[in-house]
Design a protein around this ligand. Structure first.
Ligand code: ASP
Length: 588
């Protein structure tokens, strides 16, 4: 090594030793008689000192020429500092420089390489390699590393085998668009990048691997939101000869282990909630259960009193924001504006306060007597000081809007603490979901998910098909879906039937998934699995909202890597070699 120690290592015990350190110049400070350099590497900061009359003028001149981010090597004696800095572990010592060598000069970086930087998002993305030098960013990747290592340790201990599956595959139907790659050797034909290794992990079960996992890149060509990346990482798992119960227990174990190892937290047993309850009480299949504020349905309480909005509504439903009756008119107007935003989609907000004397004052007092309003209070189990917020309209839309309002109130009331973790399983998802725009059913999870045996008969009747529940489950933490999976179909006939329900002709099913249907004829064991969003899990552990901060080289919101400037055009010659022009012509 070019160094004897790292910049985070030296302590008073080392005083008197001659050491060599290497690293980047974090900053320099000139106090006239003494010149300091703060040297940085991944492990920490160490102060170097060059004092008038002690270190040579030649060395001191060399020190003065250093700029921020120069890479240097320095040899000297560890000495006690005059004024100690108890904020850093090496703050009691400094190096009295004897030799200083510039290993590489550096241009002035475009933003400060400090914990608090002056660089905007775009600039830091363009110079991501510099941003990665900063402690907070590096720490995120260190956390990611720890989560990955702990995952491997746990799953290895449970007899899971890590198997790599191919990246150049063909289309998998996970509901998003595929990224495709032209094949030079097969003109006019394309590979697809996996949206997940779903079919491969199922084939590994047919192969008898019994327990598989992989920390794996997946690719989905979706419109990007703040927490989405076109390429992302999953902890992908599959098990044979298991029931849903076995999978839930195994992966509850994994998540408990990760919380313990990475955060030092005991999260205990995960509660379970059915999809139906999640929708009914939270209006959301990924409820943030750090706080209660459950939905209260009011149809029976509020209808028939002459208020046209409630009388016409399919559903009248509300939440009780405890101790928020002091909300001002202005704040309530803000909430009304909030629910009317197109993303939330409500037409208005009705509110009611429970006054100190127990009387209820509502925004629709015109239509409701105090006796009637007392019934509201009872329905909400409300007490003086509580604020009741009520929406009305078409049931699904109204639940969705109230879910947004509930989260907003949770935020405003400080109930969504990043350091509190509330994990749960959401189970019994519907198997199918009807998409109005497409005029047909889609698999809610994916087409390989098995119906609950007790619901299979409902598949025969078009009126009950939508009620069929799946052996499918999500793990949700703090309102974020961190993982999801299902027990799979392992019977060829059932799988073929599922494809047909989803609108595939026999030929289409064969062309796309013939390999899987065939495999099911050679002794496919019952199996099931789950995949966790690894980036999301890391951002949750790190207390951040965006997964971007936990990916070394992420893409921006337009799916671009602004550092390497990709995607980018390719040459005509390259296109020709890939027969892309031919493929386009053929199609035309
Ligand atoms: N392949 C699924 C996904 O990516 C997870 C699973 O069913 O195991 O969501």
């Amino acid at each position: 090594m070019l160094r004897t120690h790292t910049c985070g290592e030296l302590r008073p015990d080392h005083i008197g030793q001659t050491v060599t350190l290497t690293g980047w110049v974090q900053r320099t400070r000139d106090a006239g008689g003494i010149f300091w350099i703060v040297l940085r590497d991944r492990y920490g900061l160490t102060q170097l000192a060059l004092e008038e009359g002690v270190e040579s003028e030649e060395l001191r001149a060399k020190g003065r020429e250093l700029g921020r981010e120069f890479v240097i090597s320095v040899t000297g004696k560890v000495a006690e500092r005059y004024s100690k800095n108890d904020k850093i572990p090496t703050g009691a010592i400094e190096i009295r420089v004897e030799q200083l060598e510039v290993l590489n000069a550096a241009k002035l970086p475009p933003f400060l390489i400090e914990d608090e930087t002056d660089g905007g998002d775009d600039l830091r993305m363009k110079y991501r390699y510099l941003d990665l030098r900063r402690n907070p960013v590096r720490r995120n990747l260190e956390l990611r590393h720890r989560v990955a290592q702990a995952t491997r340790r746990f799953l290895d201990g449970q007899q899971f085998i890590e198997v790599e599956t191919p990246v150049l595959i063909k289309s998998t139907p996970e509901g998003a668009r595929d990224f495709v790659v032209p094949s030079r050797m097969n003109p006019g034909e394309f590979y697809a990048l996996p949206q997940s290794p779903q079919t491969f992990k199922q084939l590994l079960m047919v192969s008898g691997f019994d327990r598989y996992f992989q920390i794996v890149k997946c690719f989905r060509d979706e419109d990007l939101r703040a927490d989405r990346q076109p390429e992302f990482t999953q902890i992908d798992c599959e098990m044979s000869f298991v029931t849903q119960e076995d999978i839930l227990n195994t992966f509850e174990g994994l998540v408990q282990y990760l919380f313990k190892e990475v955060k030092g937290l005991e999260i205990g047993t995960l509660p379970r909630m059915t999809y139906a309850d999640a929708m009914r009480f939270y209006g959301n299949d990924k409820p943030d259960t750090r706080f209660e504020m459950k939905f209260v349905e009011l149809n029976d309480v509020v209808k028939g009193q002459g208020f046209p909005v409630f009388d016409a509504a399919g559903l009248v439903v509300g939440i009780n924001a405890h101790n928020s009756a002091m909300y001002t008119r202005k704040q309530l107007d803000e909430l009304t504006e909030f629910v009317k935003r197109p993303q939330v989609g409500a037409t208005g907000l009705v509110y009611a306060r429970v006054e100190p004397d127990g009387n209820v004052k509502s925004s629709v007092d015109k239509f409701y007597s105090q006796d009637e309003l007392q019934k509201w209070k009872a329905a909400f189990n409300a007490n003086p000081g509580d604020l009741l917020l009520i929406l009305a309209g078409e049931p699904n839309k109204t639940r969705k809007a109230l879910s947004e309002l509930r989260l907003e109130m949770g935020q405003r009331m400080g109930l969504r603490d990043k350091d509190v973790f509330s994990p749960l399983w959401v189970v019994d998802f519907p198997l199918l979901e009807y998409l109005e725009e497409e005029g047909r059913y889609f698999a809610m999870h994916h087409p390989f998910t098995s119906p609950k045996p007790e619901d299979v008969a409902l598949l025969d009747n078009p009126d009950t098909i939508g009620e069929v529940r799946a052996n499918a489950y999500d793990m949700v933490i703090n309102g974020v879906e961190v993982g999801g999976g299902s027990i799979r179909i392992h019977d060829r006939a059932v799988q073929a039937r599922m494809f047909s329900l989803l609108g595939f002709s026999d030929e289409e099913a064969k062309a796309q998934f013939g390999f899987l249907l065939d495999a099911f004829e050679y002794g496919a064991p019952p199996h099931g699995g789950i995949a966790f969003g690894f980036d999301r899990l890391c951002s949750l552990f790190g207390g951040a909202d965006s997964i971007r901060d936990f990916i070394a080289f992420p893409k921006n919101n337009s799916g671009r890597d602004v550092m390497i400037d990709s995607p980018s055009p390719i040459s005509g010659a390259q296109l020709k070699e890939l027969s892309i022009a031919t493929a386009v012509e053929k199609k035309a």
